[in-house]
Every structure is written in C-alpha cells, then in structure tokens.
Design a protein around this ligand. Structure first.
Ligand SMILES: N[C@@H](CCC(=O)N[C@@H](CS)C(=O)NCC(=O)O)C(=O)O
Length: 221
C-alpha cells in the first residue's frame, strides 16, 4: 500500500515530512488538505480527523497499519522503517544532540515566528522586536555550531530539515538571517540546493506567489 502524507500548501511541519520522505526515496502520495483564506485548514480532511482527532492538524502519515501525526514522530517512524539513507547521525550521543536540535527548532526557535504571524501589522511593537531578537539569538547559536561542521548535527540530518523550513517561515515573517551569520547563510544555500528540499519548497513558493503573497528574496529563483 502506498504511503499517504496529508499536508497543507503552507504547512511548515508538513514540508518537513515531505522533504524527509523524498530524501529517503520513499514513494508516497501527497494529499493536500483544503486550505482557506486566513491560513486555516478547513474543512478538516476525514483522514486528519481520524488520525489526529483532538489537535486536527497536519502533517499526518498513513503507512499500511501505521497512522501517525506530528512531524517529529513521523521522522522517527521514517528512520526506523526506511533506515537508509540515515537522517540521524550514528552514535547515541550525536543522535541525542541531533534530536535536541530538531526539537529546539520546532519549540524554541519557531514559537518566535508564530508570534510574528499575529504581529505583521506592528513589527515595531515590543513583542515583535522581542520575537525578532529571539530569532537572531538562535541564529547566532547555530552559527557557532557551524564553526566545526557542515550541518547542524554533523552529517545532514532531520535537524537541518526542520531548521531550514523554520528559517523559510521566519524570513517570510520578517525575522530572516543576516550577514551577521555568514556560516548559517552558506548552510542555508547548501540545504536549499538539495533536490529533495527544492522539490518541496519551490511549489510552496509558487503557491505563495499565486496568492499574491511575498516570497523570501533568497527563494526568488
Ligand atoms: N507539532 C506539530 C505541529 C503541527 C501544526 O502546527 N500543523 C499546522 C499546520 S503547519 C496545522 O495543521 N494547523 C491547522 C490547525 O491547527 O487547525 C508537528 O510537528 O507536526
């Protein structure tokens, strides 16, 4: 049975899962759930309601008898089910650090960006300035990691996929990285040039453009 991935046209978390599946060469069918103005996913897709009845969010993955929600949980499943190519590093300590980075991208960095979603009309407000500063601090931290390695956790990993997508959305919302973090800028180019990443991000940017919404300058190809 073909794997089904349920995502949305502007789902940062769904894009993470789609990139990972493509990196692993897993054949899948992508189901884009209905999307309405206001960035809501309505009406909820029946499979999303079945698998994730309380949160009702995408992404959802259905692979034969396994039905899952949450991008990070889906990463773990993909790695177990399709171990090659590996997207977690080898070694317990390195894997633990990579998992922490992936989680920090979603739960430390990205909440700043979510705040900016509601502050686009007032980017000079204290809350917006604080959220941008939170992003800048995180960029500095990642810049430090890249002093000794090409990717955030050593080899290319789920941590890079998660943070790359979070950076795309941060840039859209006015908290993009700057020349203050040159290694991170080079990392963004490196990750963004990967065929699996381009295959997911390019259609997302075309969707944004089709809606008359801004596309980050670094993605205007
Ligand atoms: N922690 C979840 C977050 C999922 C999430 O926030 N999904 C958003 C789209 S990116 C969603 O479905 N929003 C619609 C809603 O909450 O009704 C994950 O990693 O998958």
């Amino acid at each position: 049975m073909t794997i089904h991935i349920y995502s949305g046209p502007l789902s940062m978390f769904g894009a993470k899962v789609e990139i990972a599946a493509r990196e692993k060469g897993v054949p899948f069918e992508l189901v884009m759930v209905p999307f309405i103005e206001g960035d809501a996913y309505e009406p909820k897709h029946p499979e999303v309601l079945r698998v994730n009845p309380v949160k009702q969010q995408v992404p959802v993955l259905v692979d034969d008898e396994v039905s899952l929600f949450d991008s990070t949980q889906i990463f773990e499943y993909l790695e177990d089910r399709y171990p090659s190519p590996a997207l977690w590093p080898e070694g317990i300590a390195d894997r633990a650090r990579a998992r922490q980075l992936e989680q920090k991208s979603d739960e430390v960095f990205f909440p700043n960006v979510i705040k900016l979603f509601g502050l686009q009309h007032d980017m000079q407000s204290t809350a917006a300035v604080a959220a941008c500063a939170g992003c800048a601090r995180f960029y500095e931290e990642m810049e430090g990691l890249l002093a000794t390695r090409e990717h955030l956790a050593g080899p290319y990993s789920f941590a890079d996929i998660a943070f790359y997508m979070a950076c795309v959305f941060a840039d859209r919302k006015g908290a993009g990285m700057t020349d203050a973090t040159p290694r991170l800028l080079a990392w963004r180019t490196r990750v963004g040039d990967r065929p699996a990443v381009r295959a997911v991000v390019d259609p997302m940017m075309r969707f944004l453009a089709s809606q008359g919404r801004g596309v980050p300058a670094f993605l205007q190809r």
